[in-house]
Design a protein around this ligand. Structure first.
Ligand code: GLV
Ligand code: GLV
Length: 332
């Protein structure tokens, strides 16, 4: 007990991972429903050797400078835009994430949003429950076809590729844009490479699968939305700020595009009074793309494995900045 030092897990995560950590270190878990306030993070971090934060916890240089002992930030997410990775690298702190284990589960939800937005599944449910359904209606809740439609993927990483596989079952034509062309994936998945503009202009569905970086912030803004078809549906399960949310509201409101399926928002939680939530053609869910029982457990155990390996001075399974392994703080 306690041999690997002090670890803080910033929220309740599946117990299996907590048990793994407790076997080798002193573990404290933040048991509240809401994230720890910033002051609490800044206070706790001072005595930590390892932290297992969520995407809601900002791990920046200020926090790191309060943490003379900290050797690893084991993020419980594949995305790590909440972590200042260059600042961590500079300080010899290893950063890890949870890629791979959530890929298919995330693509499942993105496809569910695509289908729900196209066929008004959520609005139809509300209508039925509200007692508004009077008769079978030839024009009731008409939507867009999914089968044989054009799907445009922005970003062809693991999750984008899984989207392409799902689309194949619906006989969709898939185009993708990514700064890096992947001809092997094109062959394997039966998809076509195109410019971002072509993807936006030709697609019936545009699904976003990029990380949030300086380059992808507001990648989809007014200009890009205007390139899309008036019947097009935007799906975002990546990060909210990849889309200019005000421009998206305007585009939906004015009929520039048809609908949107959103798992992520520029501010999370999205405020109840956000105008986006007044639109029937928006399906909005609370950042749950990886939220299956099995996947959240696999993310937790992977984060724990990363953290334990890092504290043992070993190569963790999925490091973000592996170069840190040979740096001064690591060797200490
Ligand atoms: C969730 O959004 C993740 O990045 O894992
Ligand atoms: C993230 O896992 C991605 O590569 O899409």
């Amino acid at each position: 007990m306690g041999s690997l030092g002090n670890i803080w897990v910033t929220r309740k995560i599946p117990q299996k991972a907590i048990d793994m950590l407790r076997e080798v270190a002193d573990v404290e878990v933040w048991e509240e429903e809401l994230p720890p306030p910033r002051e609490v993070v800044l206070e706790k971090i001072a005595r930590l050797d390892g932290i297992l934060p969520l995407l809601t916890d900002k791990m920046d240089a200020v926090a790191m400078d309060r943490a003379p002992r900290l050797r690893v930030i084991a993020n419980y997410a594949v995305g790590y835009d909440n972590v200042d990775v260059p600042a961590a690298t500079q300080r010899g702190i290893l950063v890890t994430n949870t890629p791979g284990v959530l890929t298919e589960t995330t693509a499942d939800l993105a496809f569910a949003l695509l289908m729900a937005a196209a066929r008004h599944v959520v609005a139809g449910d509300k209508y039925t429950r509200a007692g508004l359904w009077k008769t079978w209606g030839p024009l009731l809740f008409l939507g867009q076809d999914i089968h044989h439609a054009n799907l445009g993927l922005v970003g062809l990483g693991r999750i984008g590729s899984e989207m392409a596989k799902r689309a194949r079952g619906f006989d969709m034509r898939v185009r993708y844009y990514d700064p890096i062309r992947n001809e092997a994936a094109e062959e394997q998945l039966g998809i076509e490479y195109a410019s971002l503009e072509t993807v936006l202009r030709e697609s019936d569905f545009v699904s976003l699968h990029t990380p949030l970086t300086a380059e992808t912030r507001h990648l989809i803004s007014e200009r890009e939305l205007k390139m899309m078809k008036p019947t097009a549906i935007l799906i975002n399960s990546s990060r909210g700020p990849v889309v200019d949310q005000k421009a998206l509201y305007e585009a939906l409101k004015s009929g520039t595009i048809y609908a949107a399926g959103l798992d992520v928002f520029d501010v999370e939680p999205i405020p109840e009074e956000d105008p986006l939530l007044t639109l029937d053609h928006v399906v909005a869910v609370p950042h749950i793309a990886s939220a299956s029982y099995a996947t959240r457990t696999r993310m937790a155990t992977l984060a724990a494995e990363n953290l334990i390996a890092a504290l043992k001075g070993e190569q963790p399974p999925t490091p973000v900045n592996p170069d840190v392994l040979g740096s001064p703080r690591r060797r200490r």
